[in-house]
Design a protein around this ligand. Sequence first.
Ligand code: TRP
Length: 386
Amino acid sequence: MATTDQDDQLVTPWEVTAASQKGVDYDKLIKKFGSTKIEDSLIERIARLTGKPAHHLMRRGIIFSHRDVGLILDAYEKGKPFFLYTGRGPSSEAMHLGHLIPFVFTKYLQDVFDVPLVIQMTDDEKFLWKDMSVEEARRLASENAKDIIAFGFDKEKTSSPDFYKTILRVEKCVTVNQVKGIFGFNDSDCIGKISFPAIQAAPSFSCSFPQIFGGKKDIACLIPCAIDQDPYFRMTRDVAPRLGYPKPALLHSTFLPALQGAMTKMSASEASTSIYLTDSADDIRDKINKYAYSGGQSTVEEHRRMGGNVDVDVSYQYLTFFLEDDKKLAKIEKDYSSGAMLTGDLKKELISVVQQVVAEHQQRRQQVTEQMVQEFMTPRKLKYSY
Ligand code: TRP
């Protein structure tokens, strides 16, 4: 995992780099990881079963890969329960636009399927990997929890876990050799890192949540996450049958490119690559104008004649994530590619879309209190019975 191979792109939970401005070659990644491409038929099936239009992140191929989602849908069709699991490693005070994507998609899944959701906040992970005190990691987890609550999750359906017994069971099944192979750890890594994958694996199993599932260990799990988290869940799927639990299913998303271009992803630790959820309207305007990599030509005349390249243009790529209106998006693609629309106008569109997304988030986050965080964090029964 950790070594760059011949295909000169690198995707691990810690690092993402691509070989070209077009970004990561996701088809190649599907082959390498052994997951399955999401076909139109799967998207149609989800729309049919839920009676709701498929989410634009699925329609546009941003949620692009999966494992065993068909099995989850088979069970759902027969009225069998499942639950959702996702997470966040709180590495910075401010979350950025890229962090929004899996949560927006998870919220949609919770709304259309009406199932429980557990969200793991891995402050332990960030403590082990970063130069950060335990107390500071805790504090960031609580700050980030406010952002996550502000995404609109339903408290009757959302919990965070208590699961040491399950962690132990997973730890007993995985050898040091295996985690070295999967994650590239070496003998100089601390033992906390070596055992962390078991912690990320444990919430995939319903026995981790006796308060929610009444001790049942066979409730299926669906994990929406960015594709870089897949190594954790390959390991999880490998140990599941040995523990007598169902393998979790997965829905993978692509990465939101860095402002500077799709060679790498938006990263919280590099401020100039990111638009934070705490940025002001002016920050957003300035960052997009200054940094967003353009697929346009170098002069207006040339641009009018040759048109812009939406495949590498970061502003256009961001619109595919955040502009829900399909017709408007199609028109922008056409006009920018033909040269009728200039880079400045494209950026203007993006600026107003992102300013609105961020302003709405900031408004909702202001309403979130410490007490609400406490309530969400307390292990408890949800509105479902098993
Ligand atoms: N490792 C993830 C991060 O660094 C956090 C995480 C924990 C997670 N459990 C998860 C992400 C489940 C997706 C799904 O942000």
